[in-house]
Design a protein around this ligand. Structure first.
Ligand code: NAD
Ligand code: TDX
Length: 340
């Protein structure tokens, strides 16, 4: 058994490390754990970009492979001490159009990761989402807690819920040394233009109107991606094996409020958006109660000024057109087919 010790741990495997949150996490570890070697393990799907890892090459390597590939994932797990598992198909709209990649990567892929960490006795942290709990109504004052019953709505969230249950079963039945975190909606740099915030920023840059699904009253609980990374590192350092921690920063906002703020920050009329077709089964509201992580592990978010975080994110997309432009047309073509 490789015993986890923050002072001794030097080799970390980050699945999905060329995606949005994974690449931000790699950057965060690179800065905050100067002694660690980081191996990114990523299939490089449409959602990834290896240029998100530029400048880190001295301590970050990239293995291009699928988590569903038994031999490759076994070998990668065997040569590292610690595995943080971000790799997933992550976009709800895609999961409604084509569920199979979600079942395959999120369920079969997580099974492969679990079997590898079981075989080689490695510490695992599994990354998940608040969407496993389903949704809350707008007038319900409650928030998701670690013991809220699972009630996922979409193919995406149901496969993430299934992956969490696999991890829990492997902990209990096989003594796998794992923790789980369920985080709320992330925003920040390097997020694919299919997601709400980068889509609207880049639509405005391209001279078009933002598009809001349905009425725009749906609420998401926003957290800056760097706060997600610090939450995960806190769990690696101090979390109790077998436990689930919720990561959130009290950032509830309706989609309308988010889009209006983006328009305002970009010097446009805050009402200059379009209402488009709703997402089938669209979850109404998410809200995280992160008190377990706050009280038991002493974690607090730092990026709590949403407007400031959004302003910095807008600046990043304005300055990094080369990063997102290659994906933009294909993304909008997909949305056009859906009337969204
Ligand atoms: P993303 O789509 O930006 O990145 C996913 C990465 O995984 C990509 O680099 C992709 O190439 C890789 N990948 C996909 N299938 C793979 C496979 N079979 N083998 C190897 N690599 C594969 O996603 P994200 O938004 O960065 O989300 C990362 C994780 O965080 C996911 O597990 C997601 O469920 C979870 N999460 C996301 C959010 C959010 O707001 N985006 C919130 C909570 C939790
Ligand atoms: O153009 C849009 N207009 C719009 O109104 C898009 C792309 C989205 N929306 C709405 C749908 C949601 O209510 O905005 C909200 C956020 O949508 P997404 O960015 O697609 O995120 P969401 O479906 O909430 O899921 C995200 O957070 C939880 C991530 O994609 C998941 O991976 C994570 O688990």
């Amino acid at each position: 058994m490789s015993v986890y010790n923050i002072y001794r741990m030097h080799k970390i495997l980050v699945t999905g490390g060329a995606g949005f949150i994974g690449s931000n996490f790699v950057r965060y570890i690179y800065r905050n754990r100067p002694g660690w070697q980081i191996e990114v393990y990523d299939k490089l799907t449409y959602a990834s970009d290896k240029s998100s890892l530029i400048g880190l090459e001295d301590r970050v390597s990239l293995t291009v492979a699928d988590i569903c590939d038994e031999n490759s994932i076994n070998e990668a797990v065997a040569r590292n001490d610690l595995i943080v598992h971000f790799a997933a198909e992550s976009h709800n709209d895609n999961s409604l159009a084509s569920p199979w990649p979600f079942v395959n990567t999120n369920l079969v892929g997580t099974y492969r990761v679990l079997e590898a960490v079981r075989q080689y006795h490695k510490r695992l942290h599994h990354i998940s989402t608040d969407e496993v709990y389903g949704d809350l109504s707008l007038n319900d004052p409650s928030k998701f807690k670690p013991d809220t019953p699972y009630n996922p709505s979409s193919p995406y969230s149901s496969t993430k819920a299934g992956s969490d249950l696999l991890v829990r079963a492997w902990i209990r039945s096989f003594d796998v040394q794992a923790t789980i975190s369920n985080c709320s909606n992330n925003y920040g740099p390097y997020q694919h233009v299919e997601k709400l915030i980068p889509r609207q920023i880049t639509e405005i840059i391209e001279g078009r109107k933002p598009k809001i699904y349905g009425t725009g009253d749906n609420i998401r609980d926003w957290i800056h991606v760097e706060d997600h990374s610090s939450g995960v590192l806190t769990i690696l350092d101090k979390g109790k094996i077998g436990e689930t921690y919720l990561i959130g920063a009290n950032g509830e906002k309706s989609n309308k409020e988010v889009v209006e703020t983006i328009l305002e920050l970009m010097g446009k009329d805050s009402k200059d958006y379009e209402l488009v077709n709703d997402r089938p089964g669209h979850d109404m509201r998410y809200a995280i109660d992160a008190s377990k992580l706050n009280n038991e592990l002493g974690w607090q978010p730092k990026f709590t000024d949403f407007k400031k975080g959004l302003q910095a994110t807008i600046k990043w997309y304005e300055a990094n057109r080369d990063w997102w432009l290659p994906q933009k047309n294909a993304t909008e073509a997909k949305y056009k087919e859906l009337g969204r």
